[in-house]
Write a protein that binds this ligand. Structure first.
Ligand SMILES: CC(C)(COP(=O)(O)OP(=O)(O)OC[C@H]1O[C@@H](n2cnc3c(N)ncnc32)[C@H](O)[C@@H]1OP(=O)(O)O)[C@@H](O)C(=O)NCCC(=O)NCCS
Length: 329
């Protein structure tokens, strides 16, 4: 007998109230709305309030996902938070989320770092854990406070990212809806292309005074762009092939929301029209691990994803990590 079928039972998302437009950014660095929009498709992004943490945003998204799934917090026995911007190095953001929600003490809680592919990695992990039969309901969350790891004087990176959270509840399939497959990849040889280098734990972070720098993102944008197109296409093609599906069988693609030109290239390579892709990066920028679950929730709540649809999620991020997931609703 195979593993029990597991489905996404509910989705939720949260974005901070404050928005920062491209025009706002042009007052901070030498840039323009025209440059940012034409190169990326982004018009604005949400920025967390001073006292708003990653775990608070994660919990806000999780509450909506739990209600949508028709279960209660007491049913949750696994919480995974994908993030590169945890509240603290320890304890995990997932433990803070558990506390914010009042989830039961028997829930296993941990964070997962696969950068912008974090949600797909966490989905794969939770699916496997639920498939073992030892856990019943899991919260899988992508949550980021990217505004804290941006160098606000570097126009090549600070215009790209935003804050937010997205969450899903996984549990026993109730009908034909289920997770069909996932596929994960990593290419550590390209780790230098996109980094937040200083953790304070590395010998190179130590200074004679014992001080460490505020960690911020460094990126080789053009290299990232090329790798993103190639690797997201590979992740999409291989999972479709594995499950004997043509790209045309996909009702909605939810790509990592980094750059509209990257998404358009993937569409051309897969011969899928732009309408087949759900895109909301215009209003959020790149929210890293939060990007796919945030888009997924919006696609569901606006009716873009309907019961019976097949969705392909495909992600790419620092690592380099990449991956894909096929889900039937
Ligand atoms: C970052 C990115 C938008 C830059 O676009 P690009 O077309 O490759 O632009 P380039 O890096 O070649 O830069 C072109 C020029 O614009 C300038 N520029 C960079 N950022 C700018 C900004 N915000 N405003 C105005 N000019 C900018 C550069 O300095 C460069 O000037 P130069 O030609 O005088 O040196 C693009 O490479 C990209 O999206 N890469 C992927 C990034 C990503 O998605 N990262 C996250 C992955 S999970």
């Amino acid at each position: 007998m195979g593993s029990p079928a597991i489905a996404i039972l509910g989705t939720g998302s949260y974005a901070p109230a404050r928005t920062l437009t491209n025009d706002d950014l042009s007052k901070l660095v030498d840039t323009s709305n025209e440059w940012i929009f034409s190169r990326t498709g982004i018009r604005e992004r949400h920025i967390a309030a001073k006292d708003e943490t990653t775990s608070q945003m994660a919990a806000a998204a999780a509450r909506i996902a739990i209600a949508d799934a028709g279960i209660t917090t007491a049913d949750i026995d696994l919480i995974i938070v994908a993030t590169v911007t945890p509240d603290m190095a320890m304890p995990s953001t997932a433990c803070f989320v558990q506390n914010h929600l009042g989830a039961p003490g028997h829930a296993a809680c941990f964070d997962l770092n696969a950068a912008c592919s974090g949600f797909i990695y966490a989905l794969d992990t939770a699916w496997a854990m639920l498939g073992s039969g030892r856990y019943r309901y899991a919260l899988v969350i992508g949550a980021e406070r990217m505004s804290t790891v941006l160098d606000w004087t570097d126009r090549t990176t600070c215009v790209l990212f935003g804050d937010g959270a997205g969450a899903v509840v996984l549990g026993p399939a109730r009908g034909t809806a289920q997770i069909i497959g996932t596929k994960l990849y990593a290419e550590g040889a390209h780790a230098d292309l996109l980094c937040i280098p200083e953790t304070g734990c590395s010998p190179s972070d130590q200074t004679p005074g014992g001080l460490r720098k505020q960690p911020t993102i460094t990126m080789k944008g053009r290299e990232i762009f090329k790798n993103a197109v190639r690797e997201m296409e590979q992740a999409a093609r291989e999972i479709l092939h594995q499950h004997h599906l043509e790209p045309s069988a996909i009702d909605c693609v939810i790509p990592h929301q980094a750059n509209l030109r990257i998404i358009a290239s993937i569409g051309q390579h897969l011969k899928l029209p732009p309408e087949r892709f759900f895109v909301n990066l215009e209003r959020y920028g790149n929210t890293s691990a939060a990007s796919i679950p945030l888009a997924l929730d919006e696609a569901r709540s606006t009716g873009r994803i309907k019961p019976g649809d097949t969705t392909l999620m495909v992600a790419f991020g620092a690592g380099l990590t990449y991956g894909s997931a096929l889900v039937r609703w």
